[in-house]
Design a protein around this ligand. Structure first.
Ligand code: ATP
Ligand code: MG
Ligand code: MG
Ligand code: MG
Length: 459
């Protein structure tokens, strides 16, 4: 089954079960200043779960575009290292707003996987929250799941979108990719290796967590589920890695042609194929590269992608050229990609051109320094210079360090940063007196990436 067919099968199955099909919302959450990007299907329904908004339906189904590249759910560092993580992905989800609860949620999910998609039960593994006897009974006694492929876990089975907001215990379904892949079942020491890949999370929304950390019961127990389209596509297409599915193969091919690399399993190529999706979709949703908040996260992702192209030996700008291939692949499901193709290309191109001015020199400086490096830590002063003079965000230098088995001296970097802040403060004070005296317009002072690296109040 192609990815697009799986998306349709999911929406149709749940529509047949009385769910209203709701379009994906923007990656920029309109309703939530505490959240960096839409990171799950439930985000657009947050107020409905909290009982602050009512909708003309109490069952919904969606395929939501998500970005996890900052905040509580941040997978940026996982991209290229695991088979299952992207910065941008699509989350298929069914929702109940005070209508059905655990039993039906479990029945729907199981029927969809085993009947509609025809997956063999022996390949599926189920987890519930350690305290959730009710869900355990439904799985073991009513659904007849084998206790050999079932476990009760703690933190992994309590889901929350951020530090505050709706949350609750959850039940997850994993797919066993077989003994050829290293890794143990959920709850084992090596469960993070990719043999058992989590495909679907059924969240039993029962609480709201407030800023003081307290849990308050929701007005009506509800259901929020999320299944990664790329992960279930990998299962259905008989491949292990998400990067081997139809959609990614096409993107990887396009990327390979552009940067001159024909090994489609090359890590840097995968990173580029991943990053073009988050970058293009973020720009389509109105985020522009900048030094602040969401725009800064976007800038960091673009620069990482560009650096990976550089690593593959491609020194010219290339990233924007991938938008056409992406629009070709995903434009049917997301027409805005076609409508805004030129805007996206232009924004990426500008950003690439800007970074191209310093990337080469920054890399040369770093390579030189690393040739004579003693120990395994990149000095803070160098990390700072790369950031300050060459526009290398620290996560980009970190990415390079990781490839070479090195670490960053972050304490040394912070010290340099603090010294620069001091200088800026002193200069700012002087400038203020001066401009006041001359009645000049006050200029906003550039403090580098200072207040943005922590992403402000955004979680
Ligand atoms: P993992 O443990 O693999 O990081 P998760 O527990 O963080 O996943 P959830 O927050 O439960 O994921 O999200 C629901 C579903 O969305 C997951 O079961 C998975 O299918 C999908 N998903 C989550 N993160 C990603 C990602 N970064 N890339 C692709 N799919 C993802
Ligand atoms: Mg995760
Ligand atoms: Mg998980
Ligand atoms: Mg999960």
């Amino acid at each position: 089954m192609k990815s697009a067919e799986i998306r349709d099968a999911f929406l149709n199955y749940f529509a047949g079960q009385g769910h209203t099909i709701v379009p994906s919302s923007s990656l920029v959450p309109g309703n939530d200043p505490t959240l960096l990007f839409t990171n799950a299907g439930m985000v657009q329904f947050k107020e409905t779960f909290l009982g602050q908004e009512s909708r003309p339906y109490n069952r919904a189904v969606s395929s939501q575009r998500c970005v996890r590249a900052g905040g509580k759910h941040n997978d940026l560092e996982n991209v290229g290292y695991t088979a299952r993580h992207h910065t941008f992905f699509e989350m298929l989800g069914n929702f109940s707003f005070g209508d059905y609860f655990k039993r039906e949620a479990i029945q729907f999910a199981w029927t969809f996987l085993t009947d509609v998609l025809g997956l063999p039960e022996e390949r599926l593994w189920v987890t519930v929250h350690i305290s959730d006897d009710e869900a355990a009974d439904i799985w073991l006694k009513e659904m007849g799941i084998s206790p050999d492929r079932f476990s009760r876990l703690d933190e992994d089975n309590f889901w929350q979108m951020g530090d505050t907001g709706p949350c609750g215990p959850c039940s997850e379904i994993f797919y066993d990719h077989g003994e050829d892949v290293p890794g143990g079942p959920p709850g084992s020491d090596d469960d993070d290796l990719d043999r058992y890949i989590e495909i679907w999370n059924l969240v039993f929304m029962q609480y709201e967590r407030t800023a003081d950390g307290e849990l308050h019961p929701l007005p009506k127990p509800s259901v929020d589920t999320g299944m990664g389209l790329e992960r279930i596509a990998a299962v259905m297409q008989g491949v292990h890695s998400n990067y081997e599915i139809d959609l990614f193969q096409a993107l990887l091919k396009a990327a390979g042609e552009i940067v001159g690399c024909d090994d489609l399993e090359e890590k840097s190529l995968r990173v580029i194929a991943d990053h073009i999706r988050s970058c293009a979709f973020l720009i389509a949703d109105g985020v522009m590269p900048s030094n602040e908040g969401r725009g800064f996260v976007l800038r960091r992702i673009i620069r990482r992608a560009v650096r990976h192209g550089h690593k593959l030996g491609h020194k010219e700008i290339f990233f924007h050229k991938l938008v056409a291939a992406l629009a070709e692949q995903m434009g049917d499901a997301y027409p805005e990609l076609r409508d805004k193709q030129q805007i996206i290309e232009k924004a990426l191109r500008k950003e690439e051109e800007q970074f191209a001015k310093t990337l080469d020199k920054g890399m040369a400086l770093l390579d030189d320094a690393l040739n004579s490096l003693e120990g395994t830590e990149i000095p803070g002063k160098l990390v700072f210079t790369l950031h300050d003079t060459y526009g290398f965000p620290t996560d980009l230098t970190q990415d390079i360090a990781r490839e070479r088995g090195l670490a960053l001296d972050m304490a040394g970097y912070e010290k340099e940063m603090e010294a620069q802040r001091e200088r800026a403060r002193a200069a700012g004070k002087f400038k203020q007196d001066y401009t006041e005296a001359l009645d000049l317009e006050d200029e906003t002072e550039f403090l580098g990436y200072e207040s943005t690296e922590s992403e402000g109040t955004v979680v």
